[in-house]
Design a protein around this ligand. Structure first.
Ligand code: CP
Length: 304
């Protein structure tokens, strides 16, 4: 693997190995503190981020490496009209590995075709977010102890939510995974994901717009934010943004060992009263993201 553009760039054995290394880093952080000395990671973020950019930067710093980059296109020469391809060619001279987020689907793939250094897709439009998926897989493995035999509720914006698309793709490779797809009719999972992933892999799934209908069956409830930045019409966003608000009341019927996940940032879709519930895993999930990104940086630099 030279670049990570899509979660499909990693096979199950490679994902298992990344999870194993991430767990070892959690237990033995000092062992890894100098592994990337003299290496530089560049973060090129053409779209806002808190977790992905800062966890990658924290990951590289905790491996003993260095970081550089920009957090908005307006502070780079892209604002003067420079292309992504030229930007990547140049930044490849200044760094050993590049992490890139871009609002256009496919931009990191185009960048990877022009790059001599490994490119990691940190989110491209409504398309993919493979390192969020690695974060989610590590969270599920650590919190549930397995990646198979799970009933997973995906709730919210399943149309534009790139983390959901990548997670479905990843979970399609594990046994006995059932999905409950909970969304308003306007934000249903795109047909191409249903056809190319769920149906092609003969996966069981149910669609509903009622968050309570299958609540008692779920092992994982993965909440998502309605993606304001992908709407063409403000009125549609306002109408749909608070369609689901998970609160203590709704969790009364849920399993005692339910794992509540959210890639974050959240807006209103999980009420603050859920944060104290021991089933709330979303802040732990953000921390797992740092460890799996440490494991990924190590792997990609070793393979380079
Ligand atoms: N989960 C996630 O991608 O968060 P950020 O947008 O803050 O990076």
């Amino acid at each position: 693997m030279k670049h990570l553009i899509d979660i499909k760039d990693l096979d199950v054995e490679e994902i298992d190995e990344l999870i194993k290394v991430a767990k070892d880093i959690i237990g033995n952080p000092k062992k890894y503190a100098h592994k990337c000395e003299a290496k530089i990671l560049a973060t090129l973020f053409f779209e806002p981020s808190t977790r992905t950019r800062l966890s990658f930067e924290s990951a590289m710093l905790r491996l003993g490496g260095n970081v550089l980059g920009f957090s908005e296109a307006s502070s780079s020469s892209v604002a003067k009209g420079e292309s992504v391809a030229d930007t990547i060619r140049v930044v490849g001279n200044y760094s050993d590995i590049i992490v890139m987020r871009h609002p256009k689907e496919g931009a990191p793939l185009v960048a990877s075709e022009k790059s001599d250094v490994p490119i990691i897709n940190a989110g491209d439009g409504g398309h993919n977010h493979p390192t969020q998926t690695l974060t989610d897989l590590l969270t599920i493995k650590c919190e549930k102890g397995r990646l198979d035999n799970l009933t997973i509720g995906l709730c919210g914006d399943l149309k534009f939510g790139r983390t959901v698309h990548s997670l479905i793709t990843a979970m399609s490779r594990y046994k006995n995974i059932k999905f409950v797809l909970i969304s308003p009719p306007e934000l249903k999972l795109p047909e191409y994901v249903k056809k190319e992933i769920l149906e092609k892999n003969k996966m069981e799934y149910i669609e509903t717009d009622d968050i309570l209908e299958y609540m008692d069956k779920l092992d994982i409830l993965y909440m998502t934010r309605v993606q304001k930045e992908r709407f063409f019409n403000e009125a549609d966003y306002v109408r749909l943004k608070d369609y689901y608000i998970l609160n203590k009341e709704k969790l009364k019927v849920a399993k005692k060992d339910l794992c509540i996940m959210h890639p974050l940032p959240r807006v209103n879709e999980i009420s603050a009263d859920v944060d104290q519930d021991e089933r709330a895993c979303y802040f732990k999930q953000a921390n797992y993201g740092k460890y799996i990104r440490m494991a990924l940086i190590l792997k990609m630099l070793e393979e380079k």
